[in-house]
Design a protein. Structure first.
Length: 228
């Protein structure tokens, strides 16, 4: 990758900026436990990178639950919302603040492209990220486009969210560098014509990230290796 061709840097949220996957898994597992089932972190990894609605259908179908996907989703999301309401219980992914400080010193336009629905995405970012940034009252001061699953019809791995984010940033997709943790996210950004850096986490380490331009162990490796 040639750093000079990138005019924008776009970040996924869950599992990339904020360690919400642990909270998603715990609250999903607790909801599954209401019906006498449980699954490990590795088993839950098939859900990572997909809309929660799809994961609720998966749970109901796989475990043949005597409930509807909508009812399962309501209980799961109520638990998750309580979990992300306390900033002290939300952890950032290691190195993100340092990476953010680095790219903010560069002439990049910064964006967010999350599969999560907007209210939940904004709450997660507000409590998990904004609460740790001194002197800022809004994330719009940093990110010039913040797109969510509420803004598109086709979720990742379709390219829609990345294409729309590039459009809102006023740049060509081919001048964008995307940071993702999941296979679906990598495929989405690549389908949009972007360069992609994958930084897998505990929940996505077993997924296929081979389509990415680089697969890194740590977010700050992107700086060390000169990608940004």
């Amino acid at each position: 990758m040639q750093t000079q061709k990138h005019h924008a840097v776009i970040f996924d949220v869950d599992g990339l900026i904020i360690n919400t996957e642990e909270l998603y898994w715990k609250t999903f597992n607790k909801t599954l436990g209401d019906y006498g089932f449980s699954l490990t972190r590795r088993e839950y990894s098939v859900c990572v990178g997909h809309p929660v609605e799809d994961n609720c259908r998966y749970a109901v179908d796989r475990y043949r639950l005597e409930t509807s996907p909508g009812a399962f989703c309501k209980i799961w999301m109520e638990r998750f919302e309580r979990a992300i309401s306390d900033p002290e219980k939300i952890a950032l992914m290691p190195g993100f603040l340092d990476l953010l400080a680095h790219v903010r010193r560069k002439p990049y336009r910064l964006g967010i492209a999350s599969a999560t629905q907007r209210p939940r995405m904004e709450k997660t970012l507000r409590n998990g990220l904004l609460s740790r940034l001194e002197g800022l009252s809004s994330l719009n001061e940093i990110f010039k486009a913040m797109l969510s699953g509420s803004d598109i019809q086709r979720p990742k791995p379709a390219p829609d969210i990345y294409l729309l984010t590039a459009e809102r940033l006023g740049v060509s997709p081919r001048t964008c560098l995307a940071f993702e943790d999941s296979e679906a996210g990598v495929r989405s950004a690549k389908a949009a014509g972007m360069d992609v850096i994958a930084v897998p986490n505990l929940f996505t380490a077993h997924q296929d990230h081979s389509a990415a331009d680089a697969v890194l162990a740590h977010l700050m490796d992107a700086v060390v290796e000169g990608h940004v």
